[in-house]
Write a protein of this length. Structure first.
Length: 193
């Protein structure tokens, strides 16, 4: 091939790569975020329906908390990633807010004990949705969920050592913070059952 043909091939490759990135960012990623928002809108609408039906009062701590959470996440769903959770958990640790977060969690657990099954079902759906959205938004978690769960890779990890520590050294702390965050969610989700 002539040098000009290589140049045309390089330009075509750059164009195709740019087009693929633009399609991913503008269509797929925005569509996925819209889907995430619609799932949260459904949860918010279910909460409003329960309030209208009388299963929960609008001034109830659980209603106010989860109504506020769904509205907040609808607006900021693109920021709900492992990286952002890691950053928030680090800030909470440094500023000493973990005790307050734990007290808040305990209050939610306590309030949930007295709620109807319908209310608990909606909150269970909220927790499940947030975990799914977190996995969708975090490349590291996607890889871990897809490949660590497979027995083949789990066997390799056991034999070779901690392969993901080498691949994702900065994500180790993030994953530990995610586990802490997930424990909080799990305790709230179990209280909502």
């Amino acid at each position: 091939m002539e040098p000009v043909e290589y140049l045309y091939l390089a330009i075509l490759s750059v164009f195709c790569f740019s087009l693929t990135c633009a399609v991913y960012k503008n269509i797929y990623k925005k569509g996925r975020q819209a889907d995430n928002r619609y799932q949260l809108y459904k949860i918010r609408d279910d909460l409003i329906f329960l309030a209208a039906k009388g299963s929960i009062k609008e001034d109830d701590f659980i209603f106010k908390t989860f109504y506020w959470l769904t509205n907040t996440y609808v607006q900021e769903i693109h920021k709900f990633t492992l990286k952002e959770i890691n950053k928030a958990m680090q800030d909470a640790k440094e500023k000493g807010y973990l005790k307050e977060a734990r007290e808040f969690t305990l209050k939610i657990e306590e309030e949930l004990r007295n709620k109807d099954k319908e209310v608990k079902d909606v909150l269970q759906e909220f927790f499940q949705t947030m975990v799914v959205i977190l996995i969708r938004n975090s490349l590291t978690l996607k890889l871990m969920v897809r490949y660590i769960m497979s027995s083949t890779l789990a066997g390799i990890i056991r034999k070779k050592g901690r392969i993901f520590e080498a691949l994702f050294p900065t994500q180790e702390v993030g994953y530990r913070n995610y586990q802490m965050h997930n424990q909080i969610y799990n305790s709230l989700a179990s209280a909502s059952c």
